[in-house]
Design a protein around this ligand. Structure first.
Ligand code: UDP
Length: 312
């Protein structure tokens, strides 16, 4: 059978580059689009020589023009770290809205399957716990996180409209906190921050009282879920994340222990609209995709720490 072609927007980012690697190993042709606003060329270095890999430097919020056959369009491009979307709110809004529109237009032209990389942020500072796909969310549209949350909510709405109007085969994943090798040192999210701080012997900056929770999914588990959804028949949103929930303070203590560091925890101001509790309900993914995460936090952190040490 002829190889299928997958186009990934944001393919040089943390999740995108892991996905590129896995797709190439799975015998797909991969076209990666990135403007490197947060993506990194180093993430793609191991793939550069693969004859089935093609990199196009472009801004998907402007236009996407790729000749030839494309079977899947995975719209992964986004500024996903709160630090990044606070620094670049307009680019964040544009890639979630204009970028999604362009990627959908490409999928329609190519008669390709389309997948939107959405986020648990569509639930906002959730009033329901754990979060099921049926929950409509609790989002402050004009707060500082609104640029991310609302652009992803718009992205979901336009994806469903293309599905309903143009009969496009669309998929939506809502990704919960994900971590692993390949995250940027200056990413700003909690796991890279804590690992860098503990490795450097500095204090770990816990925002607020540290009692807020997150549920952390190791990258390999997430990628497996994405690949299963990509070839499934499901068109409505599916949560992908690890339901094991941790307070941020517990995460800080665990990272200090695993690194064997003498670092202490210090408390800083909680960012505005920081969600208090986040835990995915993954029953839908379990049922539809026979998927659930298998890497416990401690194991995933060990692998991530060793990557941050420059060991793998
Ligand atoms: N956080 C923290 N210290 C840091 C970075 C983040 O305490 O140095 C907290 C942040 O306030 C939030 C949680 O860790 O409650 C997860 O933040 P992150 O930026 O990783 O992503 P989010 O889940 O908020 O999108």
């Amino acid at each position: 059978m002829a190889k299928q072609t997958v186009l990934i927007t944001g393919g040089a980012g943390f999740i995108g580059s892991h996905l590129c690697k896995k797709l190439l190993a799975g015998n797909y042709i991969v076209i990666c689009l990135d403007n490197f606003i947060t993506g990194s060329r180093a993430n793609l270095e191991p793939l550069a020589k693969d004859k089935n890999f093609q990199l196009e430097v472009c801004n998907v919020s402007s236009t996407i023009n790729i000749p030839g056959k494309i079977d899947y369009v995975l719209h992964c491009a986004s500024l996903a770290s709160p630090k990044d979307y606070l620094d670049f709110p307009i680019q964040t809004l544009k890639v979630g809205s204009l970028g999604t529109h362009n990627a959908l237009g490409l999928a329609k032209k190519k008669k390709a399957v389309f997948m939107l990389f959405s986020t648990s942020e569509v639930y906002g500072d959730s009033l329901e716990h754990p979060q099921k796909e049926s929950y409509w969310g609790h989002v402050n549209p004009i707060g500082v996180r609104g640029c991310y949350d609302e652009s992803k909510r718009f992205a979901e709405a336009i994806t469903m409209a293309y599905h309903r109007v143009h009969k496009l085969d669309t998929k939506i994943i809502r990704i919960f906190n994900t971590y692993g090798p390949g995250m940027r040192h200056n990413d700003g999210r909690v796991i890279p921050n804590f690992i860098d701080q503990a490795l450097g012997g500095g204090n770990l900056t816990v925002y607020g009282n540290g009692k807020q929770t997150r549920s952390f999914c190791y990258i390999d588990d997430l990628v497996e879920g994405i690949l299963r959804l990509m070839v499934s028949k499901e068109n409505t949103p599916v949560n992908l994340g690890n339901p094991a929930e941790f307070t941020i303070i517990r995460l800080a203590e665990l990272i200090i222990k695993l690194i064997g560091s003498k670092s202490k925890v210090i408390f800083k101001k909680l960012p505005q609209d920081d969600p208090q509790q986040r835990q995915p309900d993954i029953n839908k993914a379990k049922k539809l995709l026979a998927w659930e995460p298998v890497v416990p936090l401690e194991d995933g952190l060990k692998r991530t720490i060793s990557w941050f040490r420059g060991l793998n």
